[in-house]
Ligand binder design. Structure first.
Ligand code: BGC
Length: 757
């Protein structure tokens, strides 16, 4: 249907019909309008599987949904650093939606991991906006290639679950632009999601659902979004204000209550009918896009998708530590310990909960191996130390050549709807690991968790495999990696701090009442730990392999450029070990010298390469202006300061192997706003100002006094330093006091006007 035809339909609708179309018919459907032949469209969660509810609907994962394949959650898939894989997973989800007649899958969820405590971190991708944006864009491209829409969520700054429906994220503009927006921005610009879901919370005082700056000025006008905006389920506060701001569809149904409000607002003139029409057209465009592209032949092949889920997990698991213990051998006498060997924790609780097709634990995978024993070790329904279970596990471990402990966070420890109160694993599990390690030197811990945990036992175990919430086939992937059938290649998409208190948001997280101040600003995740030169348990980008990679030949296609030019960077990576493997080559950019406070370095590129033993490949990156820029609030745009930048390429944020420099020249002149209180130092940086100011500087009586005094006192260089500092930090107006009456305000103002012109 063409836009014109849609406009015609809308012109035939009454205000009541239009208002009614702006909210759901029920929990999961848009409304149909029979009189005009407008079809309904179903939407479903997401993001890592299809949660289509046929009967009773809910957004908390309470009622059943159809059987579907559960893929690894966002915490894991981001660790794959693999765009193609995410696209493939998206395609599979799109096909499942087509087969099940679902028009939009509610994901991906891209909120930034501000704190390890966020209950929903398991669904989110990263602490880094570039990575989150790239992964999200790939997922969206995959799903939408099947003519099914996505709903990137939750726009935005929804980085905690505490008071999620009323909290007010207080964020400065630069932090918003550099940290909390770019994942959405990249996805919108690169992958054109059909819909965007606004978050529950307020941003700087205004609910996301009625935030015009976000939903219209930024999303549509700056980034070019052309789909519809849907509210998170129950996020609407003032419906008419929502339409005015750019919120098109309210979900779920408001049972006519808010439709009425829209009608009233149109009647009293506080909402223009054109804005209402616009919302209706945006909704219709997507409803028809799906209706006209339904694939009646689509088949949800669960067996094939289960295999894909396994492959995604294999690419996503992160080998955190390996002191020569992995891979294990199949004929080794091994004790598999821990409930998660049998019944893995592989997905999170809440709206993303999938009624999984089939779940495989690692224990099932080793049932035919001759020398495996199993001890349950803990019961994850209670946070207690179970001495009997620990004793059984210790016995099994002491009789084996190695012990593999499948541990992690229980469901109750992390979920949508609330945040964690600490970063620890249950005491019973920590004790289990400590006790097993006392009798068995060869211990591997396999972790099942959606967010970092403290590891007090780390030095006592030889291996740690981070399995995250690895989807329904996680046990298969664990098996393949533990026994070396698959070489691990995941890298952390987040920092594991040593302890919770190290996290930059620690002092302010969850806020006071509804008010949540993002006081750490742009220093989120590694941006903070790097700058503070802090030890972390495992850094961003870290992940081991069973082989080794050598980096060489870092080449930049130019050594100096304008900020409007592109830069092509390439390097060679060689597999120097004896097994094939994949390396995630990471590129960070660092501003060598800057007038603004910036992180040490920021991720601006990554590529995952597969290499056979001895093989070398060239990896290429393309950088544009944004790779060098910070957000300048004065010009309300990203800006590059002229100067040198380091291009750092490595295997993790803490393992940089190659380094080069490029000089970037800004093509944007920042507006001048010199005034009486501008310091001498700042003015002297301006060539034109320097010309005028240098003679005044020299004529300054304060300098003469300093010169005489330092000569007399013999203070020499320290007095000189003081004198320089006094001048550099002296506001222009103070010149008057040190020019023996030869300057007045009018003269200075004249000069200022000249500088500012
Ligand atoms: C969640 C969304 C979800 C929606 C529908 C909300 O509670 O925040 O992510 O898509 O419910 O289930």
């Amino acid at each position: 249907m063409t836009r014109k035809e849609m406009e015609e339909i809308v012109s035939k609708m009454t205000v009541a019909e239009k208002a009614s179309l702006c909210s759901g018919g029920d929990f999961w459907h848009t409304k149909a309008v029979e009189r005009l032949g407008i079809p309904t469209m179903m939407v479903s969660d997401g993001p890592h599987g299809l949660r289509k509810q046929k009967q009773e609907g809910d957004h908390l994962g309470v009622n059943d949904s159809i059987v579907a394949v559960c893929y690894p959650a966002g915490c894991a898939t981001a660790a794959s650093f693999d765009r193609e894989l995410l696209k493939e997973m998206g395609e599979a989800l799109g096909t499942a939606c087509q087969a099940e007649e679902v028009g939009v899958i509610l994901g991906p969820a891209v909120n930034i991991k501000r704190s390890p405590l966020c209950g929903r971190n398991f669904e989110y991708y990263s602490e880094d906006p570039y990575l989150a944006g790239e992964i999200a864009a790939s997922y969206i491209k995959g799903v939408q290639s099947k003519n099914v829409g996505t709903s990137i969520k939750h726009f935005m700054a929804n980085s905690q679950e505490t008071r999620r429906m009323s909290s007010d994220s207080q964020i400065d503009e630069r932090t918003m632009r550099e940290i909390y927006m770019p994942a959405f921005e990249t996805a919108v610009k690169e992958a054109k999601p059909w819909t965007v879901m606004c978050s529950y919370n307020r941003i700087n005082g205004t609910y996301a659902a009625e935030n015009k700056k976000l939903l219209t000025d930024v999303l549509r006008e700056e980034w070019g979004f052309d789909g519809f905006v849907v509210s998170d389920w129950g996020a609407v506060n003032d419906r008419a204000a929502g339409i005015r701001a750019g919120l098109d569809l309210e979900m779920p149904a408001s049972f006519g209550v808010n439709d009425k409000r829209i009608e009233e607002a149109v009647a009293d003139g506080s909402l223009s009918e054109e804005l209402l029409d616009q919302a209706v057209i945006r909704i219709l465009e997507i409803v028809y896009r799906f209706a006209e592209n339904q694939d009646k032949n689509a088949v949800f092949d669960k067996e094939a998708q289960h295999a894909l889920s396994r492959r995604v997990a294999e690419e996503s698991l992160v080998l955190l530590k390996n002191e020569g213990i992995l891979p294990l051998k199949k004929d080794q006498k091994l004790a598999f310990i821990g409930q998660y060997a049998k019944k893995p924790r592989y997905q999170g609780g809440g709206s993303s909960h999938i009624n999984s097709y089939k779940v495989t634990g690692a224990l099932e995978m080793v049932k035919d191996l001759p020398n495996i024993t199993y001890a349950r070790g803990f019961d994850d329904t209670e946070d207690v130390i179970d001495e009997a279970m620990i004793a059984e596990a210790v016995k099994a471990a002491s009789e084996a050549e190695a012990a593999v402990i499948f541990a992690g966070l229980p469901d109750a420890f992390e979920s949508e709807g609330y945040d964690r109160s600490h970063m620890r694993m249950p005491e019973g599990q920590n004790k289990l690991i400590e006790e097993v390690a006392k009798v068995q030197p060869n211990v591997v811990v396999v972790l099942h968790n959606g967010s970092p945990v403290e590891m007090p036992w780390l030095s006592k175990v030889k291996g740690v495999l981070e399995a995250y919430l690895g989807g329904e086939a996680v046990g298969e992937a664990e098996y393949a990696i533990l026994f070396g059938e698959v070489n691990p290649s995941g890298k952390l998409a987040e920092t594991f701090p040593c302890k919770l208190e190290d996290n930059p948001s620690y002092l302010f997280y969850i806020g006071e009442g509804d008010r949540v101040e993002y006081r750490e600003g742009i220093f989120v995740g590694y941006r903070y730990y790097d700058k503070k030169k802090m030890d972390v348990l495992f850094p961003f980008g870290h992940g081991l392999s069973y082989t080794q990679f050598a980096y060489s030949d870092l080449t930049l296609d130019k050594s100096s450029m304008n900020d409007t030019d592109g830069l092509t960077v390439s390097c060679k990576v060689t597999n120097t070990g004896s097994v094939e493997g994949k390396e995630v080559v990471q590129l960070y950019v660092a501003d060598v010298e800057s007038d603004v406070i910036r992180p040490e370095k920021e991720l601006k590129g990554f590529e995952k390469v597969a290499l056979k033993p001895g093989e070398t490949k060239t990896v290429t990156f393309k950088l544009d202006k944004r790779a060098f820029a910070y957000y300048n609030e004065q010009i309300r745009d990203f800006h590059v300061e002229t100067g040198d930048f380091k291009i750092l390429v490595g295997s993790s944020s803490k393992d940089i192997r190659l380094e080069e420099k490029v000089h970037v020249t800004s093509t944007v002149q920042l507006p001048k706003n010199y005034h009486m209180n501008t310091t001498f130092g700042d003015l002297l940086k301006d060539e034109r100002a320097r010309e005028f100011l240098e003679p005044l500087y020299k004529a300054c009586t304060m300098l003469e006094a300093c010169d005489t005094n330092s000569a007399e006192s013999g203070l020499g260089s320290s007095s000189k330093a003081m004198q320089d500092a006094m001048m550099v930090y002296m506001p222009l107006r103070a010149l008057i006091s040190f020019q023996n009456g030869s300057l007045d305000f009018d003269q200075l103002q004249e000069v200022l006007d000249k500088f500012n012109s």
